[in-house]
Design a protein around this ligand. Structure first.
Ligand SMILES: NC(=O)c1ccc[n+]([C@@H]2O[C@H](COP(=O)([O-])OP(=O)(O)OC[C@H]3O[C@@H](n4cnc5c(N)ncnc54)[C@H](O)[C@@H]3O)[C@@H](O)[C@H]2O)c1
Ligand SMILES: O=C(O)C(=O)C[C@@H](O)[C@H](O)[C@H](O)COP(=O)(O)O
Ligand SMILES: [Zn+2]
Length: 371
């Protein structure tokens, strides 16, 4: 990819996701797009301190007084006290309604910065600059913002869309390989729910699909962002269709909560997708080949596909507070075939147990030989 590629999110307040390499100029252009903006609060993870400095310099040159807010890393940043810290700094620097918040980092930072922007003076302009694969293809796009609470993952937040998303693929070159692979879980998710070509690209050459410098990875990013953009443009507030982006997340969020948010989100989603596929297979809704393909592709990428064999009871309890639950009835996004997402409501405990026996590693699926 030489020229940046733009994926338009055609929601009520449309915005562009610009994907390329070395996009500082595009970021500055997005920032100055509103000529009333004189100040920016740049929220970033500690690992992005150097990049944050470079962005600040460029914005200062463009006449935007830019303040850096370094927040705790990963899920430690998605906390009420950190949100409070952001609000305090916004107040101290006099950030007003014409100004700008920039989220620079992984999904934990874009979720936090997005919610801080959504709530400050009831909403100030937001630009997301995702620097992990997961944030590029998922967290930074689509307007879900929020923090975790004692009750669980992302329990407080809002739907608040950015005015621009700048995806600089060059930032992936410093990302630890395990983080890149974790991000691929959400890419694989898009493959199963909507765009099977994603799976073919990964299966054809796993090494190139996991190399941040290749056109294959750039194409995976473009395809996954396109899936997300189309879904959120049709159903921003998750009244129905958007739930498909939650494929694998019912179990994933329960695992994350049980693990006190120390698991990588993408790793939990990987296990959650295996569970959802097995649930659909056990319910007679998903063919063996597609169910087996989950284990094969996720395992080949080095993502986890199993979890504590004795945790099902606890996980079912935690899943009770999943946001898709209705009148106390658990609801899962499942597949009725490749790229045919449906819903499974109130599964019988025997179905949950059958599906979990694969996650627990107690039952191997017939099609799978390499595990
Ligand atoms: N809002 C949404 O729609 C949405 C979608 C998917 C996930 N999420 C949320 O996103 C979060 C997970 O995001 P994540 O996987 O990006 O994790 P993360 O934000 O915790 O980042 C992972 C790690 O990578 C480091 N890092 C980030 N960019 C780097 C770079 N370029 N070079 C080196 N290190 C870098 C971070 O400091 C961190 O340690 C979860 O909280 C999840 O709930 C939100
Ligand atoms: O954008 C969405 O919608 C998603 O569900 C994408 C998920 O990958 C993401 O992890 C999201 O934050 C989950 O949201 P939640 O509503 O289940 O908390
Ligand atoms: Zn997710």
């Amino acid at each position: 990819m030489t020229e940046p590629v733009v994926v338009a999110v055609k929601s009520a307040a449309p915005y562009d996701v610009t994907i390329g390499r070395g996009l500082l100029d595009e970021l500055v252009a997005a920032a100055v797009a509103d000529p009333r903006t004189t100040k920016a609060a740049l929220v970033h993870a500690p690992t992005l301190a150097q990049t944050a400095d470079a962005v600040r310099e460029a914005l200062l040159e463009a006449g935007i007084d830019t303040h850096l807010l370094e927040v705790p890393d990963a899920e430690d940043g998605k906390k009420l006290e950190v949100l409070g810290f952001c609000w305090d700094v916004f107040g101290e620097i006099g950030l007003d309604r014409r100004d700008l918040v920039i989220g620079l980092g992984g999904g934990s930072v874009t979720d936090l910065a997005g919610f801080a922007a959504a709530t400050w003076m009831r909403g100030v302009r937001l630009i997301n600059v995702p620097t992990t694969l997961l944030a590029m293809v998922d967290a930074a796009v689509g307007g879900k913002t929020g923090i975790n609470t004692g009750a669980g993952k992302n329990m407080v937040g809002s739907f608040y869309e950015p005015s621009a998303v700048i995806v600089d693929l060059a930032t992936l070159e410093s990302l630890p390989p395990n983080e890149l692979v974790a991000g691929l879980a959400e890419v694989v998710k898009c493959g199963f729910i909507a765009d099977p070509q994603i799976l073919t690209i990964i299966e054809s050459d796993r090494a190139r699909a996991t190399d941040p410098t290749t056109p294959e990875l750039a194409e995976l990013v473009r395809r996954a962002v396109t899936v997300k953009a189309e879904v959120v443009a049709a159903d921003l507030r998750e009244s129905d269709l958007r739930e498909i982006l939650n494929y694998g997340h019912t179990l994933a969020h329960a695992i994350e909560k049980r693990e006190k948010f120390r698991w990588r989100h993408g790793a939990a989603v990987s296990v959650g997708m295996v569970f959802a596929a097995e649930l659909a297979r056990a319910a007679g809704r998903l063919d063996d080949a597609t169910a087996d393909r989950h284990l094969e592709v996720l395992h080949a990428l080095g993502l986890p596909t199993t979890y504590d064999p004795d945790a099902l009871g606890e996980l079912v309890k935690i899943m009770g507070s999943d946001k898709k639950t209705r009148s106390g009835m658990l609801r899962f996004v499942v597949l009725d075939g490749l790229a045919k997402p449906g819903r499974l409501a109130g599964p019988d405990p025997s179905l949950l147990a059958a599906a979990y026996s694969v996650v627990a590693g107690r039952r191997r699926t017939p099609g799978l030989v390499q595990l």
